[in-house]
Design a protein around this ligand. Structure first.
Ligand SMILES: *Cc1c(COP(=O)(O)O)cnc(C)c1O
Length: 369
């Protein structure tokens, strides 16, 4: 049987179907702020640049093919996350966030939702089911968590949260729809930063929300229209272009990451390695159950900050934040204040040919061992 993800990618590559002779194969970038609009506005497919844009439509259609769900695009991952929070929550609601997930989601909730009367609790991803979900309007999952790479059972959390009357949103940035499919596991909403692997070239920020619940997604779309956090047409076009090679790049990243995690795990210069694809990783059982791929992120702990920095100084590792790009990159997450050891490195494995990449890493490691 053909892998459903392969069919999704093939459809994405042929999404521009009914072209007339002479039409461009690539979607055009449409920069219009206003559209020819005689008569009644409702009769025109495009009215004003904050409401619609053909370049958004192209990338949203491609993302919808990957998600098997309608998609609303945003100018960043955080804009997509904010859209879900602001469109679903009301004063008096309570939400549950992962304590070890993307920091800015918690910071946004604390700084801006708290004063509006929305309370939040946090819980570690590895124990996310403990304590149940009674009293929550929204339960937020991020698995594997960023940066620690712990995993929780998406289907089990969705079932328990729904039974308690909550809706569930999954931040699926680390794995993309090719690596994990939260909507198929019961989630009501998915958000992702397409800034990472989907765009993939470290040159654009973008985000999206996907949902099969029409009411939830209509509220997200209205939030974008009224709140004004709209993507730029050129950024939408860049992400569309990135998506056409996502499967190739992500497959290389995941294959490289597994091989490198295996080699780092047995290297005497490292203290410990986290990667959901390693047979002895605490998350491996769940990862095998709910992920199609184990992703491109590897967590490596060195004895101290200096050893970690020395590893990162490898010529084929870019010292930078963010992940999912074609270039391997890494950073010590403690430098941002994450609750991880000073020698913990989040390694984002790129698309370099494996043996060239490993040879350079091995040289860096030799200076430490
Ligand atoms: C990067 C990231 C975001 C935010 O995306 P931006 O495009 O930087 O706004 C959200 N969640 C996760 C898990 C991320 O890694």
């Amino acid at each position: 049987m053909t892998d459903p993800n392969d069919i999704r990618i093939a459809k994405l590559l042929h999404a521009r179907a009914d072209l007339a002779p002479g039409d461009p194969i690539a979607p055009p970038i449409v920069l219009a702020s206003s559209y020819h609009l005689p008569g009644l506005p409702a009769e025109a497919p495009f009215q004003y640049g904050r409401f619609h844009n053909p370049s958004w439509d192209a990338v949203e259609h491609a993302l919808a093919l990957l998600e098997d769900a309608p998609v609303v695009g945003f100018p960043s991952g955080m804009a997509a996350i904010a859209a879900v929070l602001y469109s679903t929550l009301r004063s008096g609601d309570r939400i549950l966030l992962p304590s070890d997930g993307y920091y800015t989601t918690r910071a946004l909730s604390e700084r801006f939702l708290g004063p509006l009367g929305v309370a939040f609790d946090t819980r570690a991803t590895a124990n996310f089911l403990d304590g149940g979900f009674a009293g929550y309007r929204l339960v937020w999952i991020e698995t594997p968590s960023n940066p620690g790479l712990d995993v929780c059972d998406i289907a089990a959390v969705c079932a328990a949260a729904h039974a308690a009357g909550a809706i569930v949103c999954v931040d699926n940035t680390t794995l993309t729809p090719l690596g994990q499919r939260p909507l198929d596991l019961g989630a009501d909403l998915v958000v992702a930063a397409d800034t990472k692997a989907p765009a993939g070239h470290s040159d654009v920020l973008f985000g999206h929300v996907a949902s099969r619940d029409e009411k939830l997604l209509a509220a997200v779309r209205d939030w974008r229209k009224f709140g004004g956090a709209i993507p730029g047409p050129f950024e939408a076009w860049l992400v569309h272009r990135g998506l056409e090679t996502l499967e190739l790049r992500f497959a290389r990243q995941c294959d490289n990451a597994l091989a490198i995690a295996q080699r780092l795990a047995v290297h005497k210069a490292t203290v410990s390695v986290r990667y959901p694809g390693l047979g002895n990783d605490p998350s491996h059982g769940l990862a095998r159950k709910q992920m199609q791929r184990f992703g491109g992120l590897v967590g490596v702990t060195f004895a101290d900050a200096a050893s970690a920095e020395s590893f990162i100084a490898c010529p084929f590792i870019r010292p930078s934040t963010s992940f999912g790009g074609v270039h391997t990159s890494a950073e010590r997450r403690a430098r941002w204040g994450d609750a991880v050891a000073p020698g913990y490195v989040r390694l984002s494995v790129g698309c370099e040919p494996l043996e060239a990449l490993w040879a350079a890493m091995d040289e860096s490691l030799a200076r430490l061992a």
